[in-house]
Design a protein around this ligand. Structure first.
Ligand code: ADP
Length: 625
């Protein structure tokens, strides 16, 4: 696959985006983890709170139940009797039995009677090896408290039994004097049994923060906070717990909120985290703590975090995709804008070019106009000059044409006078006849000149072409015969009608025939061929001679007025010019070419006309001219 630069750039930016997103999500997750964990830890703490309350209530219930018991037992008169007579074996046996019964009735571990020195006189466990009888508990605080007349209460590890127990003690009064002390001990193992059912740990600590109850036996007698020397001495004096058992249980508390703590307990190298909640049992000076494992909360936090991460990632991805799309759109817009700008720039350039070209064109047009104006002026000047030149030429030609005959007329006239003077009338008449001929010639020249001033307003009408050709040949008859020339006319079937004027067309044809005869002057057998070709819209008449033809450079000039190659006496150079204009007036054309063999071919092109149903006689046509 060919990856172009743009795609590579996009890929890089996408990867960069992804990387940033991952980093962003990670950062968020890491930032959120402790908070989220705390929420779940607190939740877990809240769930365990009920268990704690039950445990506390159970303990308080037990304490309430056992609390009044020693005082009740102490009221029995038989006890005072034994205190009066401590060696009375019968009494001891009786009281031992009673106490055993009482212990069994109330579910106490031990019930026993001590004298004022702390010596045990009777005990419910009299029958056991670990009997209290004969043992002195003067050092126990519950004893001293009861001896002082108060209710004694204490928790300790039983010296004899090795069992942990709670002791209540009450004084045995006799005449306002404390004679002895009755103590009731109950064990706590049953509570721990109950607590073991749950998945949380319950820990009961005394005022010194030494754990004396827990469903985890290895924590028994462990100190949760460092003990002062005083406290240690007190424990030793009261023989509350063997000091060797009181080992610190390493722990670190972090408050989660005002109710719950996060506690990390390190025991034998293993650290376990718990959510803890503590409730006091004020009367006993205990604190009951429930420790819920954090595993579940941690897992929940992780799952929630994973979900959060997923959601964040998805949201971030969506945002990133949207951003990418926006960027791409922006890029596309930018590209379009650039293209448009380029286009506009090009258009502007082109427009500028066009403007320049336009300006140039305008200038050129102005130039042309000026040139045209100059040309027109020049043309007009030329025409003027041409007219003057023509006039000059004409004057020369005319004076030449007329001077000769005039000079001759004068000579003949002078001679005639002289002949008349000498009465030579015949010769005089001859001269006069010559003068008359010369006058005719001059009249003929004048006639030609009049024709030159043609009358374009003369109408063009349908005429039969053959009549014009025949009449022209007739008119030329004398000259044709004089020069011994023949005319070959290829006569078509039926007449052809063309637009024109009979006399004017005849004049053109006479002119062409006359020129042809002039061209064949040196020809021993001059011949003129006339061809007529009728086409759809036109008719062509070709007059061919067998003369020398036209030199190439003269072809363009022969239709100009006064162009002649003939001697001044013979030609005026007006014949073809007049003929050309006549044919143009008919809407036709007169042209010339050299024949491939010899001679010139004059071509008359005329418009065809529909033959009128009642064809007017030629004479009428003539009359119209
Ligand atoms: P003109 O006959 O008075 O000279 P035209 O206008 O009739 O004037 O003819 C002009 C010139 O054209 C002639 O002088 C001649 O040189 C040339 N020309 C006309 N007809 C012919 C022809 N059939 N063959 C050769 N040259 C011709």
């Amino acid at each position: 696959m060919v990856v172009n630069a743009l795609q590579r750039k996009r890929l890089t930016s996408t990867l960069l985006y992804l990387g940033l997103i991952v980093l962003f999500v990670l950062a968020l997750v890491l930032a959120a983890l402790p908070r989220l964990e705390r929420v779940f830890l607190v939740q877990s703490g809240e769930r365990s709170e009920a268990t704690l309350r039950l445990a506390v209530e159970g303990l308080e219930g037990a304490l309430r139940r056992y609390e009044p018991l020693p005082a009740l037992v102490a009221e029995r008169p038989v006890l005072r009797r034994l205190l009066d007579d401590p060696d009375n074996g019968v009494l001891i046996t009786e009281i031992n039995r009673q106490l055993r019964q009482t212990a069994a009735d109330v579910g106490a571990s031990d019930v026993y009677l001590m004298d004022a020195t702390g010596l045990t006189l009777a005990a419910s466990n009299y029958y056991k090896d670990s009997s209290f009888i004969g043992r002195s508990f003067y050092y126990r605080p519950y004893f001293t408290e009861a001896l002082a007349g108060d209710l004694g209460r204490y928790f300790a590890l039983g010296i004899m039994s090795g069992e942990r127990g709670y002791f209540f003690a009450a004084p045995v009064w006799q005449e306002n004097r404390v004679r002895g002390v009755v103590a009731v001990k109950f064990t706590v193992d049953t509570f721990e049994e109950t607590w073991r059912a749950g998945d949380s740990e319950i820990v009961v600590a005394d005022g010194n923060d030494v754990v004396f109850m827990s469903n985890r036996p290895e924590w028994h007698f462990r100190a949760l906070s460092p003990l002062s020397q005083d406290a240690l001495t007190r424990i030793e004096t009261n023989r509350q717990y063997p000091l060797g058992f009181v080992i610190a249980l390493e722990n670190r508390r972090t408050p989660l909120d005002d109710r719950f703590d996060l506690i990390e307990i390190t025991d034998r190298g293993v650290t376990t985290r718990f959510v803890s909640r503590t409730m006091p049992i004020t009367d006993a000076g205990w604190s009951v703590t429930i420790l819920s494992p954090t595993t579940r909360a941690e897992n929940q936090a992780l799952v929630a975090l994973a979900l959060l991460a997923l959601v964040l990632f998805s949201v971030a991805m969506i945002v990133a995709i949207a951003l990418q799309r926006r960027v791409r759109l922006a890029e596309r817009f930018e590209a379009q804008r650039a293209t448009q700008e380029l286009l506009e720039k090009r258009v502007a350039e082109r427009t500028a070019d066009l403007n320049t070209v336009n300006l140039k064109l305008v200038e050129e047009i102005e130039d042309r106009k000026a040139t045209e104006k100059r040309l027109r002026k020049t043309q007009a000047d030329l025409v003027q000059a041409g007219k003057l030149a023509a006039l000059g030429q004409m004057s020369t030609a005319l004076s030449h044409e007329f001077n000769q005959p005039l000079a001759a007329v004068k000579a003949y006239a002078d001679n005639a006078t002289r002949f008349l003077d000498r009465d030579r009338t015949d010769e005089a008449r001859e001269n006069v006849a010559r003068i008359s001929n010369l006058a005719d010639r001059m009249a003929s020249i004048s006639q030609r000149l009049r024709n030159f001033a043609r009358r374009p307003q003369q109408k063009v009408r349908p005429i039969p072409i053959l009549a014009a050709i025949d009449d022209a040949i007739d008119l030329m008859d004398t000259r044709l015969k004089a020069s011994g020339a023949s005319v070959a006319l290829a006569r078509p079937d039926g007449d052809i009608w063309v637009l024109g004027g009979h006399v004017r067309l005849q004049q053109v044809l006479v002119n062409l025939l006359s020129n042809a005869l002039d061209a064949m002057e040196d020809n021993p057998a001059p011949m003129i061929e006339i061809g007529i070709a009728a086409e759809e819209g036109g008719c062509r008449v070709e007059v061919r001679d067998h003369g020398g033809g036209l030199p190439e450079d003269q072809k363009a000039q022969i239709f100009d007025p006064f162009f002649t190659t003939k001697s001044p006496g013979k030609g005026l150079g007006l014949g073809l010019s007049i003929s050309y204009n006549i044919i143009k007036d008919f809407g036709g054309n007169l042209s010339v070419r050299n024949h491939a063999d010899a001679g010139a071919v004059f071509i008359i092109d005329l418009k065809r006309a529909a033959s009128p149903s009642h064809a007017a006689p030629v004479t009428e046509s003539l009359a119209g001219e």
